[in-house]
Design a protein around this ligand. Structure first.
Ligand code: UN1
Length: 502
């Protein structure tokens, strides 16, 4: 691994505080240890939540557009640190630099969105059935928000939550993946710069929890945290959702995907091929939105598959800091083991496997680089219905659109989906209520790489949460319904008379 001292210092990470702790941080680029941090105990987490409550008491009194000014400054600081933070994301996750920087751009974009939003936290006015009465809805800050994020997108999904929560008046306690805590600490340092320029921000608007499951559970179980927003696997979400529900808290869950693409007979195959490559191979198949299932009409299957295989065979796998690389390493050995085991299982289920081999093992024995895999499947088996977080693309044939939609929706997850077609009827059917059952439904673009302006999330085992754009901000506020009587009478709703003879 190259010397990271300069990069760490540019992001305010003091090498002295990154040594000696029990929690080792490794780079998947070569498997080397890049830091050792002191993990938080459950008691530390509780103390952080108490400080977040103090911050909330002050921050909720600040007018929302003034809170927006802090996020505007944060966006400026992110612009200044885009290259450095993008590089750190690459070092910690193994995604290529272009994608590391893209993730930081996604943070900048949500800051811009949140600044405008800070003047648009609109409520409704509602016609009252009673004379001289007015009804309205108002939105108020909710309280400290607990956020749990995954290794594969260590900064952008956090920023979707943070930029919105902060303009909504909520401080945050953030537990990043134990695999990527340095990116989180760098974000806090960048935010601290914005807060210093802002001047009047209370302390502890953003606190980081370093640790694994135990620290996460302490945050999830803390009744002083009204909202837990968690990104990760369906298994994680099931556990978090149940714990938060047990204390009647709110949860916002962003869980696994098993994202499909239907390629129809009229599809533009050049576009489809490029979209498949970015969505299935990009980020080494480690996006929640990665393309995992290709459902191809039998008329175009034999035209598309050979093209894909030759593109797969020539894709550059290697050092994600090298500008020529398109696929970096898997996050760790366990991810590689899972990929290999899955490929063996689907081969046993009748799948024809192309690619999926480990490379660079001689030079980099502690790192797990693979060629991406295409598996031609005779049908949608149980293994295909599971999400494997690796670059495996299952290809299946279909005969008519109903059949394709049935295969498409026949999985437990419901995050992102798309159809490639130039037939208006097919496109509209896929995006209609009887089409894709996912939260993200696209036409002639792949399932991944969403913009921040839309609500991001999915249905079924994906957890139902929506983050980022549109009206996702409502999750971070509480709604009050107000009825105001400006008359001299006290009429009751539903015309009820109560102890008066008039
Ligand atoms: C994730 O993988 O958890 O739509 C988030 C996308 C990105 C976000 C992915 N904007 O692929």
């Amino acid at each position: 691994m190259k010397d990271l001292t300069g990069l760490f210092q540019s992001l305010g990470l003091d090498p002295a505080t990154l040594a000696g702790g029990a929690h080792a941080v490794r780079s998947p680029i070569d498997g080397s240890e890049i830091a050792r941090l002191a993990p938080d105990t459950p008691g530390d987490v509780g103390a952080k939540v108490a400080r977040a409550q103090d911050a909330f008491a002050a921050w909720r009194r600040v007018p929302a557009p003034v809170r927006g000014e802090l996020i505007r400054l944060f966006g400026e600081e992110l612009r200044a640190h885009k290259d450095g933070l993008g590089e750190l994301v690459t070092v910690e996750t193994g995604k290529i630099l272009e994608e590391g920087k893209g993730e930081v751009q996604e943070m900048i974009d949500i800051c811009d969105f949140a600044v405008g939003l800070s003047r648009q936290l609109y409520g409704l006015t509602i016609a009252s059935e009673r004379p001289g009465h007015k009804m309205m809805e108002s939105w108020h800050p909710l309280g400290p928000v607990g956020v749990i994020t995954a290794f594969n997108f260590p900064v952008a999904p956090w920023a979707w939550n943070f930029a919105l929560a902060l303009v909504c008046g909520d401080p945050m306690v953030w537990k990043p993946s134990e695999l990527t805590p340095l990116s989180a600490l760098a974000c806090r340092n960048i935010f601290d710069k914005a807060a210093a320029r802002f001047g009047a921000a209370p302390d502890d608007l953003l606190q980081i929890v370093v640790g694994g499951k135990q620290a996460g559970e302490a945050l999830v179980d803390d009744a002083r945290v009204p909202l837990i927003s968690a990104t990760g696997s369906c298994a994680m979400g099931r556990a978090v959702g149940a714990r938060v529900a047990a204390r009647l808290g709110r949860s916002l869950l962003e869980l696994g995907g098993n994202n499909g693409m239907i390629v129809a007979p009229s599809a533009d195959l050049d576009l489809a091929e490029r979209a498949i490559l970015f969505a299935a191979v990009g980020t080494a198949g480690q996006r929640c939105t990665s393309l995992r299932r290709l459902i191809v009409h039998e008329e175009v299957y034999d035209a598309l598959l050979p093209r894909l295989k030759s593109a797969y065979a020539s894709v550059a796998v290697g050092d994600p800091l090298d500008p020529g690389t398109l696929i970096g390493p898997l996050i760790r050995e366990a991810a590689y083991d899972k990929m290999r085991a899955t490929l063996e299982t689907v081969a046993g289920e009748g799948g024809a496997v192309f690619g999926g081999e480990r490379v660079l093992a001689g030079e980099l024995p502690g790192a797990y680089y693979v060629t991406p895999a295409i598996v031609e499947m005779p049908g949608q088996t149980e293994t295909v219905r599971e999400e494997t977080f690796a670059p495996i693309l299952y290809a299946m044939k279909y005969r008519d659109l109903d059949d394709a939609i049935r295969i498409h929706n026949g999985v437990p997850q419901g995050l992102a989906s798309c159809i490639f077609t130039t037939d208006l009827r097919e496109a509209e059917t896929f995006t209609s209520g009887v089409g894709s059952d996912c939260g993200i439904v696209n036409v002639n673009i792949g399932p991944s790489g969403a913009e921040i302006g839309g609500a991001f999330g999915g249905e079924k085992d994906t957890g139902g949460g929506r983050e980022s754009g549109s009206d996702a901000w409502k999750s971070y506020m509480r709604r009050a319904t107000n009825t105001i009587n400006y008359s001299n009478e006290l009429p009751l709703a539903q015309g009820i008379r109560f102890g008066d003879d008039s």
